[in-house]
Design a binder for this molecule. Structure first.
Ligand SMILES: [Zn+2]
Length: 290
């Protein structure tokens, strides 16, 4: 399985070869271990590290690199001790009986749209059912103060929606707000022209929008979006990789921080391709823990 977790700003002098092992000395993972965590630089990767660690402990994924900083092991509550085996390697013993439970990083609120003008529905007003085979990730492209998930609900349930549009889920730094069931048709990738294979993609996709209001904590919104995508894919019976960008469907620059390098720089210390690769890896890792 993939193990390309991204790390930013790793400093070589903090890195040592190490063995992560269980109480009986059985090897769980071998690789690079950050001897000291650097709190200021644990931005996106902190979440990835936690996920990697949980995977290692559960032995769900055979990572070639352990990526388990001692500081983070302590931080996330795993009991560890250093063992001297006189082989020049750093041995970290992790308590075998540790139980790992992955929980949502934020509340998941369900508050469906009620204004039938703004969503596709049956004659009796009920949601129009589809069977999603793909998830689609978006950004709201609205950096205005207050443009969070609640604000988008308010807008998309109002009588003033400029053109027919919505999505199934809006994620901000505080919560995941689901405004349509995953099986309900949303208007999130409508277009005059589609990329090959994507015609009328609203009929077979669900959409998740990441809010980028500048008064929000984007790092948190990113993490919440990772969870929202992983969980939604699972609930739809899809695989961890069964999602794409709005960009892949129609060519629209959305989410811009996974498409356009200049815009990406404002959100991640990465190129757009690197940021999107990280998102895909993070979704995969969370999915495997659900
Ligand atoms: Zn979009």
């Amino acid at each position: 399985m993939g193990s390309n977790l991204s790390f930013e700003d790793i400093q070589p002098h903090l890195v040592r070869m190490a063995i992560l092992e269980n109480e009986t000395g059985q090897r769980l993972a071998t690789g690079i271990l950050l001897v000291t965590g650097d709190g200021d630089k644990q931005n996106w990767s902190t979440y990835a590290e936690k996920i990697a660690l949980e995977n290692i402990v559960q032995q769900k994924i055979d990572y070639p690199f352990s990526m388990a900083p001692v500081a983070l092991v302590a931080k996330y509550g795993y009991e560890t001790k250093q063992v001297d085996r006189s082989d020049g390697l750093l041995h970290i013993q992790i308590k075998k009986s540790v139980t790992v439970k992955f929980t949502s990083p934020c509340p998941w609120e369900i508050r469906y749209l009620t204004n039938t003008k703004n969503f596709e529905h049956n004659p009796d007003g009920s949601f129009f059912r589809i069977k999603p085979t793909k998830g689609i990730i978006h950004w709201t492209a609205n950096e205005a103060v207050g443009a969070n998930a609640d604000a988008h609900y308010k807008y998309f349930n109002s009588d003033h929606v400029a053109y027919p549009s919505n999505a199934n889920i809006f994620v901000d730094d505080k919560k995941i707000l689901q405004i349509l069931p995953l099986w309900a048709k949303a208007w999130h990738v409508g277009a005059a022209k589609y990329n090959p294979g994507w015609n009328n993609a609203n009929n077979f996709t669900f959409g998740i929008e990441i809010c980028v209001n500048k008064d929000g904590d984007f790092k948190k919104a990113y993490q919440n979006a990772v969870y929202a995508m992983a969980k939604s894919l699972k609930e739809c019976g899809l695989k961890a990789g069964d999602f794409d960008r709005h960009y892949d469907v129609t060519g629209k620059v959305c989410p811009a921080f996974f498409v356009d390098d200049a815009i990406t720089k404002r959100f991640f210390n990465k190129t757009a391709a690197q940021a999107y690769a990280m998102f895909r890896t993070d979704v995969n890792n969370v999915y495997n823990l659900l």
